[in-house]
Design a binder for this molecule. Structure first.
Ligand code: GH3
Ligand code: MG
Ligand code: MG
Length: 425
């Protein structure tokens, strides 16, 4: 019977996927794909002493094995096989999404002088060739050489990954470092801009850290840095970029977060740190942080990049320090957080306000009128830049101030208990 007549005849090899020998499972696993029992047996005999051989009867069969058996380190394949031939099998290997499979060494078994077949297999991605008549020593030598090469490449790739992650990581806290923060946060900002989404940053600084170092020692200081990092990390979302960018300074980029959301986040971090118990060498150390918040949705007029947004957050961090530490600051005009939160919560957006006026619902807008008109000021300013001044921006600004004062007076009057008593009378 000729070799090719045995094609796809599993009866000849009752369990073509048998791994030989069973007691040597721990040794390297090699997949041999050939429809000829004779060739498979020859290869198996040549490699059996040092390797575990898994057999497949055609390309499709071999592909299934390769997908399931993650320990296969090298493939030896015939070209002329039924169902899926060797060329297509190699093509499928090299096109795989699984890097273990894409990079696996493939040795092709060919007829000694079959140059055309070799060239085609080489183009598809074969690494080497052995002939059907190769002696066992040559087969073993080829397999070992490719195995070693694949192992070296794998180690190199792993080292490269480790080096890359070390280059991006702060050694003490294992957080993203300064360099990597700016590249990650810039990518994030670009994405948010493209999708017209909010983006905020927080600047975080440990209060009086120098005193902690001076009182408890530098090692205690390091311990506090590590513990504070853990708490920050536990409180941010997966997509936030948290980094240590200086001695006791951290930054957090918050995609999809508007000013209100980032204030909520900042307050969560502040209270988590101030409530945490830090103990080093039996001594309790109390730690607080101050935070500066800057958001693109409110402050995006001239902000070009992450550095510019961080500069605003940094200025506000300084304000938080000046005002007594263990607090956050989210605006340049000294507004209290409650005021900002109230304003952001209550004031309708411009287009919403216009719709409300259109529907005759003016009452809901009156108390935000000054904020809403203020928002339109850039339009008038732009109008003035285009040609000669068309609008009297200064008198609009004065008008806004008068409105603001009047609304405040109304609110105060409403809140006066005497007035209530008066009105009840
Ligand atoms: P403020 O509340 O104004 O931020 O005061 P501060 O003391 O925290 O700020 P200052 O910038 O004066 O001091 C920061 C200290 O952080 C000084 C520096 O020695 C210390 N430091 C910087 N890096 C490390 C570090 O890796 N480990 C330790 N233990 N200390 C560090
Ligand atoms: Mg500090
Ligand atoms: Mg500092």
């Amino acid at each position: 019977m000729s070799e090719k007549k045995e094609k796809n005849n599993r009866a000849i090899s009752p369990d073509p996927h048998r791994s030989l020998p069973l007691e040597e499972k721990a040794s390297s696993r090699i997949l041999v794909a050939d429809d000829s029992v004779t060739i498979r047996a020859g290869l198996t005999r040549a490699l059996l002493d040092e390797l575990t051989i898994v057999e497949a009867v055609n390309g499709e069969d071999a592909w299934e094995v390769l997908l399931k058996d993650e320990d296969i380190e090298l493939v030896i394949t015939d070209l002329d096989m039924p169902v899926l031939n060797g060329y297509d099998f190699i093509k499928r290997i090299r096109a795989s999404d699984i890097s273990r499979i894409t990079n696996i060494p493939v040795i092709v078994v060919t007829g000694a002088e079959d140059l055309k077949a070799k060239r085609r297999a080489f183009i598809e991605g074969a690494n080497d060739f052995i002939s059907k008549n190769s002696d066992p020593v040559e087969i073993m030598a080829r397999v070992k050489a490719h195995q070693k090469l694949a192992l070296t490449i794998r180690d190199l790739e792993a080292s490269k990954l480790i080096l890359k992650s070390q280059a991006d990581t702060d050694a003490l806290t294992k957080l993203t470092n300064r360099r990597s923060f700016f590249s990650k946060a810039s990518e994030c900002l670009d994405l948010m801009r493209r999708h017209k989404e909010h983006f905020s940053v927080l600047m975080v600084d440990i209060d009086h850290f120098k005193i902690i170092n001076d009182t408890y020692g530098h090692q205690a200081g390091d311990y506090i840095l590590i513990e504070v990092s853990k708490i920050l990390l536990n409180n941010v979302r997966t997509n936030d970029v948290l980094a240590r960018i200086g001695g006791e300074e951290f930054t957090i980029a918050l995609p999809y977060s508007n000013r209100l959301a980032s204030i909520v986040m900042a307050e969560r971090l502040r209270s988590a740190i101030s409530a945490a118990k830090f103990e080093y060498s039996g001594k309790q150390i109390s730690v607080t942080i101050s935070l500066g918040v800057a958001s693109l949705d409110k402050d995006d007029d001239d902000i070009e990049n992450v550095e510019a947004l961080l500069a605003i957050a940094d200025k506000r961090l300084y304000t938080a320090k000046r005002k007594g530490r263990n607090r956050l600051c989210a605006s340049d005009d000294g507004k209290k957080i409650e005021e900002i939160v109230d304003e952001d919560n209550a004031c309708p957006k411009l287009d919403e306000a216009l719709t409300m006026i259109g529907h005759g619902n003016e009452d809901g807008i009156v108390e935000h009128l000054h904020s809403l008109i203020k928002k339109t000021l850039p339009l008038f300013k732009l109008g003035n830049e285009i040609d000669k001044p068309l609008f009297d921006v200064q008198s609009i600004e004065t008008g806004i101030k008068v409105l603001e004062t009047e609304i405040k007076l109304v609110k105060v009057a409403e809140a006066e208990p005497e007035n209530e008593v008066e009105s009840e009378k």
